[in-house]
Design a protein around this ligand. Structure first.
Ligand code: C5P
Length: 223
């Protein structure tokens, strides 16, 4: 039987990549499929939560029974997530947010020129850190992808961004992370304590993630 431990709760999930347009037809992005975030949204829905899923461009259809908001850029993602987070109990940032966007987005398609070109990029806001700076009673969960010194870097990230925990995943492991149906993650807390989870389906990672998040919830107000 499915536990309804999220009944009466609101869960906000970000998913997929962002697109940072250089001009109307060219953008910087990454191969995020959205599968991990959609799995979290569907699991939270099945446990009784009211769910807002904010997603970048992915091929997955809107999940039934979930309020799905489609965005493209990191700035649009920030606006949608920050506004949905106001009433949320749990916020899970699985989105692969582009670190940079074009400093000056061209309104017309840029013509090819002879020789090298330089693109001026400016940093995107860190949405998870912004939510952490005004955390309230919300449980905040991040993801991180690292190729080396993963646990130390993820713990430092959780501390800096004021997240309750971060799920560390690895870009290079067969069948996992980008595009795969499975994931193999390490749960990392700000104090550096961590747990390796086995390779399981993204839906099972979502289940374990929400089990951990539920432990961090404050008791809900009486109905
Ligand atoms: O710093 P890094 O990108 O590795 O952190 C990953 C976590 O922070 C993810 O949960 C991601 O969704 C979130 N993030 C964010 N805003 C950014 C960059 C990352 O919320 N600009």
């Amino acid at each position: 039987p499915v536990t309804r431990d999220l009944a009466g709760r609101t869960v906000v999930v970000s998913a997929g990549p962002t697109r940072e347009y250089l001009d109307p037809v060219r953008f910087i992005s990454n191969p995020s499929s959205g599968k991990m975030g959609f799995a979290v949204a569907e699991e939270a829905r099945d446990r009784g939560a009211s769910v807002v899923l904010v997603t970048g461009p992915v091929t997955l259809p809107d999940p039934q029974g979930v309020t799905t908001v489609r965005i493209e850029s990191a700035l649009e993602l920030r606006d949608a997530v920050v506004s949905a987070a106001q009433g949320a109990d749990i916020v899970v940032m699985t989105a692969a947010v582009a670190d940079y966007r074009a400093a000056d987005q061209a309104t017309e398609k840029q013509a090819k020129v002879a020789g090298d070109v330089t693109i001026h990029l400016t940093p995107n806001p860190d949405i998870l850190a912004q939510l952490g700076a005004d955390k309230g009673n919300r449980v905040l969960v991040g993801f991180a992808m690292e190729t080396h010194a993963g646990v130390e870097r993820a713990a430092a990230k959780a501390t800096r961004k004021n997240a309750d925990f971060i799920l560390l995943n690895y870009p290079t492991r067969e069948g996992t992370a980008f595009g795969g149906d499975d994931n193999q993650v390490t749960l990392v807390r700000p104090d550096g304590t961590h747990e390796d989870w086995p390779r399981v389906s993204k839906r099972e990672v979502a289940r374990r993630l929400l089990d951990e998040a539920v432990r961090g919830l404050r008791p809900s107000a009486p109905q």
